[in-house]
Structure formats: C-alpha cells, structure tokens
Design a protein around this ligand. Structure first.
Ligand SMILES: [Cu+2]
Length: 139
C-alpha cells in the first residue's frame, strides 16, 4: 500500500511540474516567436524589390533626399535607399507613389508609369522634400 501511495504522489508531482512548465513557458515562446517572424518577414520582401535593377538611385541621408531633384524617363526604375537611422518614406504629394516606411538600409523601387512632375515628401518628416520628374521615353 505504501508503494502505491508513493507512486501516486510521484505521478501527481510529475503532473504538477508538467502543468507549471507548460503554463509558465507558453506565453514566452509566443512572444519571442512572433517577433523573429516579423523580423524575418521584412528582409524577405527586401531582396524581391532589389532584384529589379534600378536605373537611378535616391539616397535618403541626414533627413534629405539625394539628389532632391531627379529626372528619369518613363518606364525606368528609381530606387529609394534609406541610409539614415530614422525611418523615412518617399511619398508623392499627389499619391502617385508611396514607399512604406523604410528602415535603415532598406530600399524601395518605383518604376515610373506616366510623364510628369511629382513632388514628394517623407510622410514621417514632411519637411523632407524632393521632386521626381518623369520625361517621355526617347524614340
Ligand atoms: Cu523621414
């Protein structure tokens, strides 16, 4: 009889340990796994955009677009590259194009579709201004 009761105590304590470890561990892996997944998702989208070869580059550095004025032919691709520590966007004031927030060393490619003059800003820092001029393609 003594052995049986010891056996039950052993099983009960094992159950308790399992329950405690499950309840204490489950919230933490959820929190830690969701963050790396978010971080993995961002670099995944990065190579896709940079696979497309850019015809011109606008660097975003020290809260400035470099060059602030860029002229490019229609159908060509301009790459916006943020080298600042701050997130920036390239957002056309008329809504023609809008990069999402670019983190440090993130790039975003925009292929022009229509000739025109497109002033743009950084939506995070609206004092940052640039102009993209799209000219008709030479025949
Ligand atoms: Cu900005």
């Amino acid at each position: 009889m003594k052995y049986i009761s010891y056996f039950f105590i052993a099983i009960a304590s094992a159950f308790l340990v399992i329950l405690l470890s499950l309840s204490s561990c489950s919230p933490n892996p959820k929190a830690t796994t969701s963050q790396p997944m978010m971080m993995k998702a961002q670099p995944k989208s990065q190579p896709q955009t940079s696979q497309q070869t850019a015809d011109a580059t606008v660097k975003i550095r020290n809260f400035k677009f470099e060059p602030a004025n860029l002229t490019i032919a229609v159908g060509k691709t301009v790459q916006f590259s943020n080298v600042d520590e701050e997130p920036h966007t390239a957002t056309a004031t008329d809504g023609t194009f809008n990069s999402k927030a670019l983190d440090t060393n993130q790039t975003w490619n925009y292929t022009t579709t229509k000739p025109g003059t497109y002033p743009y800003i950084c939506s995070v820092h609206p004092f940052m201004k640039g102009t993209l001029t799209v000219i008709p393609q030479k025949n």
